[in-house]
Design a protein around this ligand. Structure first.
Ligand code: ADP
Ligand code: GLC
Length: 490
């Protein structure tokens, strides 16, 4: 294996900033690659509240005639991995990462163009130069575009191969064409082979079209996005890129998500001490003000931790409405997002205050306690590129009930009542009835203590650590480098 130098660009990464799974992945992948011997520089914005790093130079990014003063701060992550925080308070020192409520910041195009440019400037100053520029999601989509345009003449970095990872094709970074000159993008790029998408400029399309290799976060999602149903209009482009598109399942941070050593739980537990999971259940019920007596402890508890958006299947749950209460389970839901879904869960909680609890907001400790304290974890997503919570759930002996789509289908094995094999429950048709059917099956299985234990242990034994995924990314880097060499005629 060749040790490669990777310049990674992402709009969020733990421990600096996180709104969803991208933050987990962009935080963990550099470490996993470094432990294979690669050298990784992860560039991300310094948002309000992100601390750490020591000054590492500055530059000016001129964008459509406007000049942004940018400073860099470098923060070591591991022996061969570091984060570089891009400081530009005008653009990044704000209350939220992408916008307030449902309203994106109106200058997001400029904010993330500056991120891409600042990242490439940093990479251009590295010696030796990066072999790979690896950009994640639409926010980093212009990095491959600028690499092949504004940076085409910059010795060193111009030779780098680009890799783009799609974490979610539903977010395409669309902006009106007036942004083209404001972002230093020539009009010749505004075509279907470039970055034009239905009359708009798409950062995501830039990432897809200007990279040697495109990856996404599960094998099944890689196939799904090449179909009209889940391709969001990108299926044609992605099909044309054929073998250049790969699906690599995300790993999970198995140190942060380990029920045997999780500081957010009242007591540790593992596959051989599953009785102690009950202590987390009691703590969770108490913390949320639900009944926590013997009867409540015996009752199945269904948990959710999610962005409250259509993607996550809340329309199915809204259609089931009150009838969820007749299932005989208790529910705990943590999430933030669309007001109508917050209201729906709040209304259910008001109706059955001893059995339903809803918490709005982002709460990492509570997310851990729900993973540990719930018996069943529900992810009825309409589409799910990978999904991390179902993998955390398996690790925590919390049985997932999921829609059989994307990464959920790749990671959960449907339980077979006859053989007792399987790790969770999957439903195929995206309908309220199918979801209800899967929940009913799970609740029935819960009554069979021995079968349930076997299912919990099967899930806990599955390995979703990062090492295999990082090795797969390293192979993609090699494929990208070969493609780049061919393109340069070498
Ligand atoms: P997505 O990235 O589409 O939101 P994932 O399942 O990949 O979905 O990742 C979501 C991540 O964000 C998980 O780590 C999950 O625990 C976390 N998360 C989502 N909502 C919340 C919340 N309200 N509070 C705490 N953590 C949350
Ligand atoms: C996206 C997807 C999610 C995936 C995450 C990390 O937010 O919605 O399925 O797990 O990215 O790749």
């Amino acid at each position: 294996m060749r040790e490669r130098r990777v310049l990674m660009v992402a709009s969020e990464a733990v421990p600096f900033a996180k709104t969803g799974g991208l933050g987990d992945v962009a935080g963990a992948l550099p470490l996993a690659l470094a432990s294979l011997g690669h050298d990784v520089t992860l560039v991300l914005p310094r948002y309000r509240g992100a601390t750490g790093g020591t000054p590492a130079g500055s530059t000016q990014v001129s964008l459509g005639g406007r000049v942004f003063d940018v400073a860099y701060a470098e923060h070591a992550l591991a022996d061969r991995a570091r984060a570089v925080l891009v400081e530009c308070p005008d653009l990044f020192d704000r209350a939220e990462l992408y916008g307030v409520g449902a309203h994106d910041y109106p200058d997001n195009a400029a904010r993330f163009a500056v991120l891409a440019r600042a990242a490439l400037e940093y990479g251009a100053g590295q010696h030796p130069a990066p072999d790979i520029v690896h950009a994640h999601d639409w926010q980093a989509g212009l990095a491959p575009v600028y690499l092949r345009t504004l940076f085409a003449g910059r010795a060193g970095i111009a030779e780098a191969a680009a890799v783009f990872t799609v974490h979610n094709l539903a977010y395409q970074g669309l902006f009106p064409p007036v942004w083209m000159p404001a972002l230093d993008l020539g009009w010749e790029l505004f075509g279907i082979e470039g970055i034009e998408y239905w009359g708009k400029l798409s950062f995501l399309k830039g990432g897809v079209n200007f990279s040697e290799m495109v990856t996404t976060v599960s094998p099944r999602y890689a196939r799904e996005i090449q179909t009209p149903e889940l391709g969001f209009g990108f299926d044609g482009i992605l099909r044309r890129r054929g073998r250049r598109v790969r699906g690599i399942l995300n790993g999970i941070d198995d140190a942060a998500w380990d029920p045997a050593a999780d500081p957010h739980l009242p007591a540790p537990y593992g596959p051989d001490t599953l009785d102690d999971k009950r202590l987390s259940k009691r703590a969770l019920l108490e913390r949320l003000g639900l009944s926590a007596g013997d009867e409540a402890l015996a009752r199945p508890l269904v948990g959710m931790v999610s962005r409250l958006v259509d993607q996550k299947g809340f329309d199915l749950l809204a259609a089931l409405g009150d009838s969820l209460l007749s299932l005989g389970a208790a529910f705990v839901v943590l999430g933030s997002g669309e007001p109508r879904y917050q209201e729906m869960w709040q209304a259910l909680a008001d109706q059955a205050p001893d059995r339903v609890a809803f918490r709005a907001g982002f709460d990492e400790p509570l997310a851990h306690l729900i993973e540990a304290g719930a018996d069943i974890f529900l992810m009825p997503s309409k589409f799910e590129p990978c999904g991390l919570n179902q993998m955390y759930s398996l690790r925590y002996g919390t049985v997932p009930v999921v829609h059989a789509v994307g990464g959920l289908d790749d990671t959960i094995e449907n339980w077979n009542g006859r053989t007792g094999a399987g790790t969770g429950f999957k439903f195929r048709a995206y309908t309220p009835e199918a979801l209800r059917g899967a929940l009913v099956k799970a609740l029935a299985a819960f009554e069979d203590r021995a079968a349930w234990r076997a299912m919990q242990r099967a899930g806990m034994s599955r390995d979703f650590s990062w090492s295999a995924s990082a090795a797969a990314y390293a192979e993609v880097y090699e494929a990208a480098i070969r493609a780049r060499k061919r393109a340069r005629g070498k």
